[in-house]
Design a protein around this ligand. Sequence first.
Ligand SMILES: Cc1ncc(C[n+]2csc(CCOP(=O)(O)OP(=O)(O)O)c2C)c(N)n1
Length: 505
Amino acid sequence: MASGSGAEGEAVSGAHLIAESLKAQNIEYMFGIVGIPITEIAIAAQASGLKYIGMRNEQAACYAASAVGYLTGRPGVCLVVSGPGFLHALGGMANANMNCWPLIVIGGSSDRNQETMGAFQEFPQVEAGRLYNKLTVRPSSLEVIPAVVEKAVRTSIYGRPGSCYIDIPGDFVNLQVNKSSVKYVECCLPPPISMAKQSAVSEAASIIAHSKQPLLIIGKGAAYSHAENNIRKLVDLCGLPFLPTPMAKGVVPDNHPNCVAAARSTALQYADVIILLGARLNWILHFGLPPRFRQEVKVIQIDICAEELGNNVRPAASLLGDINTVTKQLLEEFSKRPWKYPSSSQWWKRLREKIMNNEEKSKGLELQKSLPMNYYTVFRHIRELIPRDCILVSEGANTMDIGRTMLPNYHPRQRLDAGTFGTMGVGLGFAIAAAMVAKDRTPEKRVICIEGDSAFGFSGMELETICRDHLLQAQEQSIQMSRKLSKGGRRPAWMNKELLAKLKH
Ligand SMILES: Cc1ncc(C[n+]2csc(CCOP(=O)(O)OP(=O)(O)O)c2C)c(N)n1
């Protein structure tokens, strides 16, 4: 025993302490690849009731764990072995941090008494972890494991969410301590909800009410904070044109009449007041700078992270707080001083014309019958086949960009893509996470993964994980369809003779 040795009472191993601590923090899902020294942690986690999914590469496992964090608000765990396993997970940690998604990575490391001796898979994991995580921590003893796990989970979801790394020396895993010496802690409290200063809310409302060409930009921070109902009310109450960033699609349905996604460039370039709801002025929004934006555009910035306020553009008003709560504050302000942007304005006319022009252009493309099919035609067929209420995972270059415009989202948190970090290879991990979460919470919801071939190649082996964990309902359907076809069954309307011949070939 490490401590408490010789004392009366029940002993507990490091592996069990980690598993119990995760369970105590309401963690449900763990993804990883087992090996020395963390196999016992995966076993203990399953014994404690966590769902463990063995993946084919730690990178995909880490992407999956981070998507669980975004979809549920509770981080998933990625469990990795020392050295190469840890290194493979770095991409997932960086991707989660860039997306501001909560994630916990637990990495086994070499035994403490072998450090610097050239131990098996030895690597300076704590030092390396610091660059990629909000918090990097190694418990100093078994007794503090519950407190360290609580701190990591709390840090991952408080303020701006992100990735946290817990380093577990290999010799901790099977070491035992007396339970009475362990510092057990309760589940961390839910993230505190912060509100913007009332004067900033009034100032913002006044700027909006004086705008001539307003634009609301909805970011995935709004999706994460479940602000959909209040944002929709704000859009309807104030008649604001809105534009979602890629993963914020569906916070307000894409078919809402105020959605100006099809006139994105015009909306960005000519808006005189922009309300930024949980979106960052990074490369995705061209930094908020000319020539993509007006030089004198007034930006009302609403963000949960104080350090984000003023990045690249000096805001006309800064509203620091939880996106859902601040949106509610704005709604209350506008109920006190009603204001609605006139739908007959020149700005709406210009936006609507642009939307019509752009939609006509893509209609022309999607109706083309050339072979091989162009992206637009492919997506038209896909659009006709997929359910309205499904989670869409999308990556690739053209596949993702054209898919974003062609496939509408009607519900929040149902689009997962390469994200802020532009990472190819996230798709299958995200799809596995989404399917696991859907299976438990909304079993009728399908997960559809649309991949460019290059993007697919990064983690294509995870198809085996998908089959092994019985997540591939679609596979069953396509097998049934090909059986029907081979028995002379009716081919679906979208599959013309040329395509069928090609597929058979
Ligand atoms: C991890 C990573 N490596 C490389 C890239 C660079 N990259 C951007 S798009 C792309 C390929 C996209 O091709 P594909 O998935 O086939 O989609 P398509 O263009 O055919 O739609 C690559 C490799 C990246 N974004 N991320």
